[in-house]
Design a protein around this ligand. Structure first.
Ligand code: COA
Length: 264
């Protein structure tokens, strides 16, 4: 796999605000942005979860800040944005990676369970975009929402997350149109099954892993690096005319979920 395909210092001078734990997809994206020269604020509920990731970025020569905020609480998001701007002087890139999920049938899901996931994924994404707007519009910027593909079909046990991610896709398109004039581009990545992530641990029954891998057209699971590459591209000036796109990075998995024919 290609490890290094972008110019050095692709994002030098930029400041990124990345929500989600310091691990998994958003942890990888944050590190990749930092390696590309951006200064990065890592944001999630528990600062102690972020500090090791921030420390790893600093140890690699990058600049990183760990900021605690629950994306569901607008005041906390506003404070986290203010802290980032105080520390780094500006804001250019937003990555909305904070998400919550679990498997549960709709008939067993409580209204609060449904609302909690919608609040984290959808309202959290709006909160961060809204709170970042005044800073982003000063120089233009890039918003990258981490979506999913489960809302494209009727994915069982995912009523809550599918509804939330469908909302994220909608918000991506609306903000692309409303904020494009400020040179704020809003795009999304819809990752498929990515190895070594909380999502795979939570959502995939181990016995089904080989079966699922076989059904992915490219016959492998995604790697965090695959999402990092897509994120670097969409956040960089190479994508300066890409606005409102939802880039599926799944090896063709969701397209292959044919109801008429299966590879077996
Ligand atoms: N099945 C069904 N309902 C569940 C559930 C599960 N596995 N886990 C939580 N819920 C329900 C709770 O019962 C509660 O509803 P209730 O008050 O009607 O009982 C509601 O969801 C909120 O749960 P709570 O634990 O208070 O929420 P939280 O804010 O502490 O946690 C979650 C949020 C539930 C999303 C939690 O899983 C989380 O923090 N996840 C973060 C990481 C993550 O999910 N990553 C995956 C990315 S794909």
């Amino acid at each position: 796999m290609i490890e290094h395909i972008f110019a050095d210092n692709l994002l030098a001078g930029r400041v990124a605000f990345v929500t989600g734990g310091g691990t998994g997809i958003t942890g990888g994206v944050a590190r990749a942005l930092a390696e590309a020269g951006a200064r990065v604020a890592l944001v999630s509920r528990k600062r102690e979860h972020l500090e090791p990731a921030a420390e790893r970025i600093r140890a690699g020569g990058g600049a990183a800040l760990a900021v605690a905020a629950d994306v569901r609480v607008y005041g906390e998001v506003e404070r986290a944005i203010a802290t980032t701007v105080e520390q780094f002087g500006r804001l250019d890139i937003i990555v909305n990676g904070a998400a919550g999920n679990f498997l549960c049938r709709a008939e067993e899901l409580s209204p609060n369970g449904f609302g909690t996931v919608v609040d984290i994924d959808l309202k959290g994404t709006f909160n961060v975009c809204r709170a970042a707007f005044d800073e982003l519009k000063k120089r233009g910027g890039a918003i990258l929402n981490i979506s999913a593909t489960l809302q494209y079909l009727g994915t069982q046990m995912q009523a809550h997350a599918a509804a939330a991610k469908a909302g994220v896709d909608s918000l991506t398109r609306t903000l692309a149109v409303e904020w494009g004039g400020y040179q704020i581009r809003t795009n999304a990545i819809a990752p498929g099954p990515i190895e070594d992530t909380e999502g795979m641990k939570r959502l995939l029954v181990p016995a089904l892993k080989d079966k699922l891998r076989h059904r992915i057209p490219v016959r492998r699971f995604g790697r965090i690096r695959d999402i990092e590459h897509a994120a670097l591209f969409l956040c960089s000036d190479a994508a300066s005319f890409i606005n409102g796109a939802i880039l599926v990075v799944d090896g063709g998995q969701w397209l292959a979920t044919s109801r008429l024919l299966s590879p077996e």
